[in-house]
Design a binder for this molecule. Structure first.
Ligand SMILES: C=C(O[C@@H]1C=C(C(=O)O)C=C[C@H]1O)C(=O)O
Length: 118
């Protein structure tokens, strides 16, 4: 099977080129897995957002986030990943989730107003 990276030929030296292309194929697999995992994570957080809106719970949960940071810092250190990078990545995703939850809460609020007057 060809990978999109086969079109980008990094060098004429066959041994080096072949290893880079093999590595890129594995990188493509990891990137694909990350996208699938993120899609699954957003499905779960979407449902949490709906439940929070129903239950009148605010979107952000700083205590839960502190526990996530502690846990992910430990895992990053064990895995040999820079924990500062792991935290930047977590924060990037969670801030997007909170934006989604704010939107769900606003929509829920509007639906509530419509219910009241319908
Ligand atoms: C998903 C939640 O809402 C927010 C998003 C979080 C996340 O994406 O992991 C964690 C805590 C909250 O700030 C939650 O409370 O579990």
């Amino acid at each position: 099977m060809t990978s999109p990276d086969d079109r980008s030929d990094p060098t004429q030296e066959p041994a080096i080129r072949d290893e880079i292309l093999r590595l890129r194929s594995s990188i493509d697999n990891v990137d694909g897995a990350l996208v699938y995992l993120l899609a699954e994570r957003f499905k779960f957080t979407q449902r949490v957002g709906e439940l929070k809106a129903q239950g009148g719970v605010v979107p952000a949960d700083p205590l839960r986030e502190r526990l996530q940071i502690e846990r992910l810092t430990t895992i990053a250190l064990e895995a040999g990943l820079d924990p500062a990078f792991a935290e930047k990545f977590r924060e990037f995703i969670v801030s997007e989730v909170i934006r989604h939850h704010e939107r769900i809460a606003a929509e829920h609020g509007r639906a509530g107003v419509l219910d009241t007057y319908s």
